[in-house]
Ligand binder design. Structure first.
Ligand code: GDG
Length: 524
């Protein structure tokens, strides 16, 4: 072990939770960066005093260890080549589209893969350096799927958890990846693998069987290790069980009843669903503030006191279904089904602007918005207010308060925190949520109007129903959703994951036959 620091909790994520900014005098400072992962994890890190390892977000030199906003941070650097090949290439143009059901065609390049391996190794080395003896290391997301194994090879003493924020695809899609087996083996260095939905965990277990020829039992999978030795644990996924193309794995000697003593040299890994959430209490406090409520009123006024305000809030990403939403809205306007005093506010935050598919999407969205405004607008009344900007949290909360109907229509989404944020803000139990069944949030938010966003007629009908709901029905639906979001907030998510990671520890003491195997978070 080459540990130089001794943190007991090490969080490893692709990005730091802060962005570097420079003022006009060229002085640098760090400010919190928006985004799903940061929103979810910042409260966890703040309360635990751990260290957060991540990339600083630009091609500059590595910032190293520093403190910002009360958080211990270690910033790693990426070279311009790594940004191109690892980040924009393998992460954003291979894995992202592949894991979101190939909505855009994934691109496979060996040079990108090599860069992915090198960057993952760099993150694993840093995690090794920061982790104290017996530390918990919590790795996040698809950019770092090899880190669990690379770290495990260095350290037998640490507990490794991995959580993926995006979907894990069905095997027929995952199988396209030329390096599918390496990814599965990379993840299996962890003790606990967390996914958003049960179906994601099931897809991963299937990939273990099909891509690596492993035997799974319930939610667990076992692998052989040779450790602990000089270089820590070394994984040995039995080569003789490697899947043949199209062939199912043969059952082998690895299977044992759950909870039984693990044979020497064997590790057990568990895959379970831990649906992520938001800090609902904090958001509840923000919307109590007089200035936020006043701003919500002002927003309605600025929009011309329409009868109906629809809202979309997304990163400008092709997974979010913005074009499907616009098409449905445009048709509803043309058919006059929403009345004449309706407005759609679409916040589309800038994201991944150097990736070609995102530039093309932006062009198409902006063309579509212009068409709708050109066709159905009047002087002083554009039916779509399109905002390609990022806003402070208070402004977002005021928008959620002002909106009568929230449109969350992704074609595929790990969870979608926006849906939960809208619910958390509606403290008078009014408002309605139109939610894609392809978002993880659909498993929990039973009071939403669930839609298949590919079905434009169905989407239109759901929007009309949500817009014309009676106050009593709105209350009934919203109350159920608010209860769920309040009781299952981000603290609950983090605690459930960390508890299971700490408790579910047959790998740490293989002599304990009583080692419990608790279930994951109850979904829905
Ligand atoms: C990934 C998964 C999963 C957006 N614009 C602004 C802003 N935001 C905030 C929202 C929300 C977050 O960003 C976006 O979260 P999502 O869940 O919608 O999506 P991803 O960024 O794709 O995140 C996703 C998530 O990870 C967590 O696991 O749910 O499925 O894809 O919190 O409010 N916040 C501010 N200004 C903006 O302009 N302040």
């Amino acid at each position: 072990m080459a540990g130089h620091e001794a943190y007991s909790l090490v969080l490893v994520a692709s990005r730091l939770p802060v962005d570097r900014t420079e003022n006009s005098a060229g002085e640098a400072s760090w400010r919190p960066s928006p985004g799903g992962l940061v929103t979810a994890l910042e409260p966890v890190m703040r309360s635990s005093g751990g260290v957060w390892i991540g990339w600083s977000g630009d091609a500059g030199p590595a910032p190293g260890a520093f403190k910002a906003d009360g958080l211990h941070l270690v910033g790693l650097g990426l070279s311009a080549d790594q940004i191109r090949d690892y980040y924009e290439g393998f992460c954003n143009a291979t894995l992202w589209p592949l894991y979101h059901d190939v909505i855009a065609p994934p691109r496979f390049h060996r040079r990108w893969w090599d860069s992915y391996v090198a960057v993952n190794r760099r993150f694993a080395e840093e995690a090794d350096r920061q982790a104290g003896p017996g530390a918990t290391v919590w790795v996040h997301d698809y950019q770092l799927q090899l880190v669990p194994r690379l770290l495990r090879e260095r350290r037998g003493d640490v507990r490794i958890g991995y959580f993926t924020h995006i979907p894990f695809p069905g095997y027929e899609i995952f199988a396209q990846l030329p390096w599918r087996r390496r990814i599965v083996e990379g993840l299996l260095g962890a003790d606990l693998l967390g996914f958003q939905r049960r179906s994601d965990a099931a897809n991963f277990l299937r990939a273990c069987r099909r891509a690596a020829g492993l035997v799974t039992r319930g939610a667990t999978v076992r692998v052989l290790t040779s450790g602990p030795g000089e270089g820590g644990y070394r994984l040995r996924v039995p080569a003789e069980r490697a899947a043949q193309p199209g062939g199912a794995a043969q059952p082998g000697g690895a299977a044992q009843p759950e909870g039984a003593r693990l044979p020497a040299g064997m590790r057990e890994i568990r895959a379970a669903a831990f649906p992520i959430s938001i800090d609902s209490a904090e958001l509840g406090q923000i919307v109590q503030r007089a200035e936020v409520r006043a701003r919500a009123k002002e927003i309605r006024q600025v929009l011309g006191q329409p009868d109906l305000i629809l809202l979309g809030v997304d990163r400008l990403d092709y997974t979010k279904g913005i074009l499907h939403r616009l098409r449905a809205y445009g048709e509803l306007l043309s058919e006059g089904r929403l009345g004449s005093r309706v407005v759609l506010v679409q916040v589309a935050s800038p994201t991944r602007e150097r990736v070609e598919a995102y530039r093309a999407l932006r062009d198409e969205v902006e063309l579509t918005v212009s068409r709708i405004n050109g066709l159905y607008g009047e002087l002083g009344y554009p039916p779509v207010h399109y905002l390609h900007q990022s806003y402070p949290r208070e402004e977002m909360a005021a928008l959620y308060l002002a909106a009568d109907v929230m449109l969350v229509t992704p074609l595929r989404d790990g969870m979608n925190l926006v849906a939960k944020e809208y619910v958390a803000c509606r403290d008078d139990e009014s408002g309605a949520l139109v939610l894609s069944e392809f978002a993880g949030a659909a498993d929990e938010l039973s009071g939403a109007f669930l839609v298949n966003p590919h079905d434009i007629e169905g989407l239109k009908d759901a929007i009309v129903r949500a817009a014309t709901i009676s106050p009593a029905e709105a209350r009934r639906r919203m109350r159920a959703m608010r209860r769920r979001v309040r009781d299952h907030d981000v603290a609950h998510w983090a605690a459930s994951f960390q508890d299971m990671l700490a408790r579910d520890a047959p790998n740490r003491d293989t002599q304990d036959p009583e080692a419990g195997l608790p279930a994951g978070i109850d979904v829905g």
